[in-house]
Design a protein around this ligand. Sequence first.
Ligand code: NAD
Ligand code: MG
Length: 390
Amino acid sequence: MRRITIFGATGSIGQNTLDLIARDSEAYQVVALTGDQNIAQLARDAIQHRAEIAITADVHRLDDLRTALSGTGIKAAAGPHALVEAASRPADWVMSSIVGSAGLTPGLRALEQGARLALANKESMVCAGPLMLSTAKAHGAQILPVDSEHSAVFQALIGEDISAVERVIITASGGAFRDWPLEDLANATPEQAAQHPNWDMGQRITIDSATMFNKALELIETKEFFEIHPSKIEAVVHPESMIHALVGFNDGALMAHVGPPDMRHAIGFALHYPHRKPLPVERLDLVALGQLTFRAADETRWPALRLAREVMAQGGLSGAVFNAAKERALDGFIAKRIGFQQIAVVVEEVLSRVLAQPGHIDADITLDNVMNADHLARVRADEIINEIEG
Ligand code: NAD
Ligand code: MG
């Protein structure tokens, strides 16, 4: 039996992971499941999957979790320390699917245990890519990408020599406002931004798809995960979301990964790696599909893509600053404190203010330095949001 832990079990990726595990429950022992506010879901899943421990990130919800699990023999715990403790429990396979930089520390701790880490939490790579890779290496652990684009690139690279890669193209649906006139974007609401044309995902990543901050994070994730030069990485808008990424080689070959927009493919690939096993995803009917289309990713409509280029060129802790600024700006947009287009304005301004402070960006990528940069960026973002609110 394989021992499995899922960070962010109550979220969209976590639920898809549990769906796959439930189909072959005899093969897995669930060690820890974690959530945050949705205690009922967390308790239900912990009971159904006979988890050893369930953890909520919110210490104020511990009593609720204890009550929900009473009489089951399943342990309950709460808070960031309990999350890290859970990551120290021996497991063969760990899903990192907390949203935001809160997912970084548990993932690192799981790598220190030598676990195979299925990484949905792209923020880990954006904030601390070199630290993630070096920690995995030092402990004989392996990171498998679960972001659909990066799973696609990983699969296209199997058996290939990375030095023969000329370019990596990741696709973007374009999100909720792909076809909106530019002048309407100023009035776009969080409710409208949370409607994804193709994928069913958590609220935050769905809004990040509308701003293209999700794609911006993914460009940086591509650079960090595969250690590819930024000049070789492109994003292209592909409204149908059937091709997830393409890898171009020096002989002109372009290998595309094609499949329906269902995260259970990427999750299942990481779960069964290095083998392939049948997965409950739709098989594409190409004739019914008829055609696939592509457009340029316009940096006027989506300034996040330009900012991602700046971050990739800058390196160091700029990814941590970028991500944290985006997280706070997104909070500000969801709370209707700033408008849709001001998300990028806030992030750009945070980057320029933090970059103006010597030492902050060039410091080594240690967990402490990443957390400090993350904190500083949040403080600056809050200042700027207050200034905008006036
Ligand atoms: P979600 O919002 O549906 O779920 C997030 C999970 O994280 C929940 O379990 C929640 O309880 C937990 N969580 C939230 N804040 C937390 C905190 N501060 N501390 C600890 N736990 C916390 O998000 P999602 O869509 O499942 O995305 C999860 C991650 O996977 C993100 O990094 C996202 O970018 C990435 N991802 C998601 C998809 C997708 O299809 N949903 C695709 C690719 C990558
Ligand atoms: Mg993705």
